[in-house]
Design a protein around this ligand. Structure first.
Ligand code: KIV
Length: 278
């Protein structure tokens, strides 16, 4: 039987100096592929608002939608740790609902952990979720749910004062019991400082080479999403082009009456067919 990775296993990887591989997934088929490829953790990211639902902001995705997608992912995954990304709706809108919603991610969504982004009341929220027995991953630096207050989607911590603030936030997340911290869009040397300071692993996205692990959005590494492409993305395959070519070939076959053929058809015995006229 396959042993599913736990939040504790993710922590242990830092002690063993093993890099942590994390990737997003939002549906059953994709999650099956990601899991089979051997990643350590799958994040059902609120980025699904953009790449799956075509919404302008991650803040527009609801808790119900996130749980719906988490369920599909959890159904597929045997090996990786499944982390549900709490959307703005689940804990920043009404922090008093955070524990109830985190429990929904575990019980209904089938996740083993949740992720929350830094905001003013996040430590109180993280402490309560952890006290309820749910492992929490923190997220600092560029936090998309509060990006407007950070001056938009841009690199954070570029001056000493703001860098110190991010370091303090990461330390606070560790102190309240988070098992790992995502560092998004910060200078590589600041990520290096945080990684050196913390006992829990750092997972970078646009945070350079010094982090304990990396995360990216699956649509970005597969070249499936073309609305925007951050500098920190590396595209490993142009799956969009492969898909488009296959779909165009199918359309051409249908129009040219080359599909379906007898090979893809079902038959009925002639004597049965002739009875139609009886
Ligand atoms: O929603 C998301 O995809 C994230 C990133 C850290 C990948 O939060």
């Amino acid at each position: 039987m396959i042993k599913q990775i736990t939040a504790q296993d993710i922590r242990a990887k830092k002690r063993r100096k093993q890099k942590i591989v994390m990737l997003t997934a939002y549906d059953y088929s994709m999650a099956k592929i990601v899991d089979a490829a051997g990643v350590d953790a799958i994040l059902v990211g609120d980025s699904l608002a953009n790449v799956m639902l075509g919404l302008a902001s991650t803040n527009d995705v609801t808790t119900d939608q996130m749980i719906y997608h988490s369920k599909a992912v959890a159904r597929a995954v045997e090996h990786a740790l499944v982390i549900g990304d709490m959307p703005f709706d689940a804990y920043q809108k009404r922090p008093q609902d955070a524990v109830k919603n985190a429990k929904r991610f575990i019980k209904e969504g089938g996740c083993q952990a949740v992720k929350i982004e830094w905001f003013e009341g996040c430590i109180a929220v993280a402490k309560k979720i952890i006290a309820s027995g749910i492992p929490v991953m923190g997220h600092v630096g560029l936090t998309p749910q509060t990006a407007a207050a950070l001056g938009g989607f841009k690199v954070q911590g570029k001056d000493a004062q703001s860098a110190k603030k991010i370091i303090t936030q990461a330390v606070a997340f560790q102190k309240c019991g988070c098992f790992a911290i995502v560092l998004e869009c910060i200078p590589d040397r600041i990520a290096g400082e945080i990684t050196k300071t913390l006992k829990v692993p750092t997972i970078g996205i646009g945070a350079g080479v010094h982090c304990d692990g990396q995360v990216l959005v699956i649509h970005d590494i597969l070249g499936l999403f073309d609305r925007f492409r951050p500098k920190f993305v590396k595209t490993y395959a142009n799956v969009r082009a492969v898909m488009q070519k296959a779909i165009a070939a199918y359309a051409q076959d249908v129009r040219a009456k080359k599909f379906p053929t007898r090979k893809q058809s079902f038959t009925i015995k002639p004597e049965e067919f002739s009875k139609l006229k009886d």
